[in-house]
Design a protein around this ligand. Structure first.
Ligand SMILES: *[C@@H]1O[C@H](CO)[C@@H](O)[C@H](O)[C@H]1NC(C)=O
Length: 390
């Protein structure tokens, strides 16, 4: 994106260099005019670089300018003190950038004001397994967002795709991401601790675990991968109600055509309208997301990304207003980074519903949405029988 702009700018410069107006001893009126034009052009470049135009028009933002804008993140205030809970961004931020029809606050807002609910470093881990990526370098880390109470889903995953530690010769790690169920639930918290002592696979952060906070949960997953497991090659966010054919996924990721950087894939959602009816589960207020369609994103049930992206998402989340549709939010982060999701080599492997399933079908897919933890155990056991599935 934005190539045409860069191209024409470069061409303009080349034209100038090749047809240098200084060669003639007495510059004609025409070459003086050319010089003036060039001067204006350079002035324009400088002013664009210094302004925030790119943030509001991130689609048409030349790459080098994006890099420059990324550097502005250093002007952010340090992560706020952890006990203080997050606040929504102060409206004054937009006042300083009124000239821009921006859908997100800009990164050049005065320090101290920018402050974001979905920025994961507003939160901190209250249960962690930071050593799991120190003893080994996983090829793929499966991160499963799950409610604290949902031990049935965790146990079903631990008995099925989550128990696979070596797949096609690659190290795979499965971890569960939980929010907090509030200080009142002391007993549940004790149980979670015991569960983690047994399995060493729970990560818990101090934001409230609610449906409305799923975007925070996803961003905390990204923070964990960026800070605790940066050496892994790929990450996957996969919901706790999913069937995952982990072998097929690793086979796909080992294909030479799969990029190692800036790669995000899954079931692609294009031109999805934003739900504005207030009683819908997917309602998003216009203040949080003013456009009527989402950028292309991948369905939240299960998406895979090269592990350079989590840190970039964390940075991007500083300047994107939080709305609770976590997968579309990741789509916004990608867009801000000037990237787009990639279609998987075989899109039919990323199944959601509406398909009659049998053993043969399960042997070919990568994802499929299930109805219960018991169903996962049943289907998995069935698939793993020794007879050929098809
Ligand atoms: C999200 O988590 C924050 C931090 O714990 C909390 O203040 C807020 O009420 C939660 N929001 C929802 C919608 O649950």
């Amino acid at each position: 994106m934005g190539d045409s702009w860069t191209d024409s700018a470069e061409k303009g410069l080349k034209r100038y260099v090749n047809g240098s107006p200084f060669r003639k001893k007495t510059p004609s009126l025409r070459s003086r005019f050319k010089f003036l034009l060039l001067f204006c052009f350079l002035l324009f470049i400088v002013s664009v670089t210094l302004s925030n135009t790119c943030l509001s028009l991130s689609d048409s933002c030349p790459l080098n300018l994006k890099k420059l804008l990324n550097q502005t993140s250093q002007f952010y205030p340090p992560t706020p003190s952890l006990g203080v809970g997050p606040r929504l961004i102060l409206e004054t931020t937009t006042a300083s950038t009124t000239a821009l029809p921006t859908d997100a606050p800009t990164t050049t807002a005065p320090p101290g004001i920018q402050y974001h609910l979905a920025y994961p470093r507003n939160y901190h881990f209250i249960m962690d397994n930071p050593e799991v990526c120190k003893n080994q370098t996983p090829f793929l880390v499966l991160m499963v967002p799950v409610e604290p109470y949902n031990i049935a889903a965790r146990d079903a995953i631990r008995q099925t795709w989550g128990k696979e530690k070596q797949v096609q010769g690659q190290v795979v790690l499965t971890l569960f991401m939980l929010g907090s169920s509030g200080g009142a639930n002391v007993e549940q918290q004790e149980e979670l601790k015991r569960e983690n002592e047994k399995h060493h696979d729970l990560i818990q952060s101090n934001f409230r675990d609610t449906y409305g906070n799923l975007t925070i949960k996803t961003m905390v997953i990204m923070d964990w991968l960026a800070s605790r497991c940066p050496t892994a090659a790929f990450g996957m966010k996969i919901d706790s109600d999913m069937f995952l054919n982990i072998d097929n996924l690793i086979i796909m990721l080992l294909e030479p055509s799969i990029p190692k950087l800036n790669y995000l894939t899954g079931k692609l959602m294009r031109n999805r309208p934003v739900v504005r009816s207030k009683n819908s589960k997917w309602y998003v207020p216009i203040e949080l997301y003013p456009e009527s369609v989402y950028p292309t994103y991948v369905l939240g049930m299960g998406y895979i990304f090269s592990n350079d992206l989590p840190e970039k998402f964390v940075e991007a989340s500083k300047s994107i207003k939080p709305f609770k549709i976590e997968d579309a939010y990741i789509g916004m982060c990608l867009k801000k980074l000037g990237l787009e999701p990639t279609s998987p080599p075989n899109p039919s492997q990323f199944m959601s519903y509406n398909y009659i399933f049998n053993r043969c079908a399960f042997s070919k897919v990568i994802t499929y949405i299930l109805e219960s933890p018991q169903q996962l155990i049943n289907f998995w056991t069935d698939l793993k029988r020794p007879e050929p599935p098809c």
